[in-house]
Design a protein around this ligand. Structure first.
Ligand code: SF4
Length: 104
């Protein structure tokens, strides 16, 4: 079963935020992460960033530094979208809850 949303950008919590507010550097990224914490498409956004090795900005509630560390820890992942989708399905089966925040 696929739970991740294909056309997720329209549901992004940041969709009306100016790009200058989102693509900040350093400690400012932690402020941006607060926007992500309530985003309904956080997992989709994170998968997009990881699969495309987006270098800059906050995506899916992770800073560029956090994403780089994750990619280094899991160098053999071929599709983050598939992995996160499967994790979300498993989370739903385990808890009976449709969750969107999957720990990676
Ligand atoms: S997770 Fe954050 S960066 Fe990604 S769409 Fe949601 S608010 Fe925007």
């Amino acid at each position: 079963m696929t739970t991740l949303i294909e056309d997720w950008a329209d549901q992004a919590a940041c969709k009306d935020s100016p790009p200058d507010e989102l693509f900040v550097r350093g400690a400012e990224q932690h402020r941006v992460k607060q926007i992500c914490s309530g985003c309904p498409v956080r997992t989709e956004c994170l998968a997009e960033a990881l699969d495309n090795q987006m270098e800059w900005g906050v995506w899916g509630g992770m800073t560029e530094r956090e994403r780089r560390a994750l990619l280094r820890r899991r160098p053999n992942v071929q599709s983050w979208r598939r992995l996160l989708d499967a994790a979300q399905d498993q989370h739903r089966l385990d808890t009976g809850v449709a969750g969107h925040d999957i720990a990676v």
